[in-house]
Design a protein. Structure first.
Length: 554
């Protein structure tokens, strides 16, 4: 056994240190320096009880690693776990606090983490053991380092004790491995099989088995999570379950993830997505990716998934679910669950996949909302094909802080064609709007069998224009014998009212005295047929107008 207490050990000038077979290296509160260019081999275990390892060279360990929470690690050197000399038939493990003890701000402050960690165990497995233990690297982990004796297989890092049995789900793994290098991409995950063999590789080596956390840069980027469960062959929903998170600007700091098989992912009720009735949810028979936001951060992101070792039933379309619900941007579907993406997420929890095979009866070409005459917003949509469609319900929400402020509320509906193979146009005019306010509109497209699909929302607003002149009509549409016209006018005036039908024929006229400000005038409809009408108010060179609809009796 080699032990240091009450002194500093320097390794310089080409020297090397080798402990004898089954001997162990202890550091009991002091500093061990490995200078640049030096190679140190320990043929037994390494125990770090307080103190510091200032590694600027190369440390090879043939045994296991132990540390306590007082231990510090500095320098830009490499530590390799390799058992080519002794214990060749054994796996190796890391236990204790080889961690950045906090978020990114704690790197180099309260830090026992490795700079570069290389895994070269001849059995292809290194364990991170101990309930609650964390091991981090500040730069990179290499799953199959060049120059290792005998070229051992790409290693898995398993974040659990071998002695207690490997958990079947990520939630059962007791330790966490972290990559605290916030640089996006694979640069900190060297020689993993996802980047070297393809995103859906059947080779289940070179990844984190269990729990994996990553530091996320505030500027964002693409962050691969090379994680999964124990390999168990095709059709078992295990092995590598690769997922990638693409961030914009954010303050998430550190995010941890794992994969959970048999996790419920069933969305109740009728669900239509990307034009298909969704009838398959891949949670119970495949699994879900679970993420924990350790810093309670904010920022939008996109999710990409590459489920492997799966036995999904064939589906016409696939999409990503979040928290057993449909979130993020609509329409981001694909023919396969492999390489699937979905964007505009925020917050973290669980992600799964769902699929469907039945085509929804409406193919929508466009949905637009257009301000008209600074008086109303016209919602228009076009279908290029309909099959057994029943109706289109128009819904609206107001905007607060740049997004729709739910819930969307029903405005009215249009009867669908039912069956059509040609382009058809529909409109709905919304008069109950106020200038200088953003409104969001969406359609609920309902089939004759009761199934339905929501469109992505669109936004429109009336500009203020001449804010002193305004005409509102309510209720509109109306089944009542009369409606109210609210007229805002800047000065007293005599005004003319004219009501014309859809062919432009005058059906009602009158004069009214308008005062400055708000005026309310009754418009008779009792003698009018059901249909569309135009109300015009003219005075002092100004004309304002509104459409109104005389509906059938309720």
């Amino acid at each position: 056994m080699l032990a240091w207490s009450g002194l500093c050990l320097y390794l310089v000038g080409g020297a090397s240190l080798m402990a004898q077979h089954n001997y162990e290296l202890y550091n009991q509160g002091d500093v061990i320096y490995i200078s640049p260019g030096e190679v140190v081999t320990v043929r037994g275990d390494v125990h770090m009880q307080g103190g510091q390892l200032a590694n600027r060279g190369f440390l090879e360990v043939q045994g296991n690693l132990y540390s306590d929470s007082a231990f510090q690690q500095t320098g830009t050197g490499t530590l390799r776990l390799e058992n080519n000399d002794v214990n060749v038939a054994d796996t190796q493990f890391v236990t204790g606090s080889w961690a950045v003890r906090g978020g990114q701000a704690a790197i180099g402050v309260d830090d026992g983490s490795f700079y570069d960690l290389e895994l070269a165990n001849t059995q292809g497995v290194v364990y991170l053991v101990g309930t609650g233990n964390v091991a981090d690297v500040r730069n990179s982990i290499d799953f199959q380092p060049a120059g290792a004796s005998g070229t051992p297989p790409a290693n898995r890092l398993v974040t659990h004790d071998l002695s207690t049995g490997v958990p079947t789900n990520g939630s059962g793994y007791s330790a966490v491995f972290g990559l605290m290098n916030p640089t996006p991409g694979f640069s900190g995950l060297t020689n993993n099989t996802v980047s070297s063999n393809g995103n859906s590789s059947p080779v289940d080596v070179g990844y984190i088995q269990g729990r994996f956390r990553r530091a996320i840069a505030g500027t964002g980027g693409q962050y691969p999570y090379v994680l999964g469960l124990e390999p168990a062959g095709t059709g078992s929903q295990r092995g590598v379950q690769y997922v990638r998170l693409d961030f914009g600007a954010n303050d998430y700091d550190v995010l941890a993830g794992y994969f959970e098989t048999g996790s419920p992912n069933v969305i109740s009720g009728s669900l239509v997505e990307c034009g298909f009735n969704i009838n398959y949810f891949g949670g119970l028979d495949h699994g879900e990716w679970i993420f924990d936001d350790l810093g309670m951060g904010r920022g939008s992101y996109e999710v990409w998934v590459w489920p492997q070792d799966d036995n999904f039933a064939p589906q016409s379309t696939w999409f990503i679910t979040k928290d057993d619900s449909v979130r993020g941007n609509l329409g981001q579907c694909g023919p396969s669950p492999v390489g699937l993406s979905r964007s505009a997420f925020s917050g973290f929890s669980e992600f799964g996949v769902a699929g469907g095979t039945v085509v929804f009866p409406v193919t929508l070409a466009a949905l637009v909302a257009t301000p008209r005459q600074n008086a109303y917003i016209e919602v228009g949509w076009t279908t290029v094909a309909e099959s057994n469609s029943e109706r289109f319900e128009v819904e609206r929400a107001v905007e607060i802080a740049g997004a729709p402020q739910g819930p969307f509320r029903y405005l009215g509906e249009r009867v669908a064609a039912g069956n059509s193979a040609v382009a058809l146009a529909y409109t709905w005019d919304d008069y109950a709007v106020t200038p200088d306010m953003n409104y969001w509109y969406r359609l609920k497209m309902v089939d004759r069998d009761g199934s339905f699909e929501y469109t992505a929302p669109v936004r429109a607003r009336l500009e203020p224009g001449d804010s002193e002149v305004l005409l509102r009509v309510f209720p509109n549409p109306s089944t009542q014998p009369s409606v109210w016209a609210e007229i805002i006018w800047p000065e007293p005036t005599e005004a003319r009212l004219a009501l014309t039908d859809a062919r432009g024929r005058l059906v009602h006229t009158g004069r009214v005295r308008l005062e400055a400000g708000l005026n309310r005038v009754s418009i008779p409809l009792a003698e009018l047929a059901v249909g569309l009408y135009q109300l015009r108010v003219t005075g002092r060179g100004r004309t304002i107008s509104r459409k109104l609809v005389r509906s059938g009796e309720e």
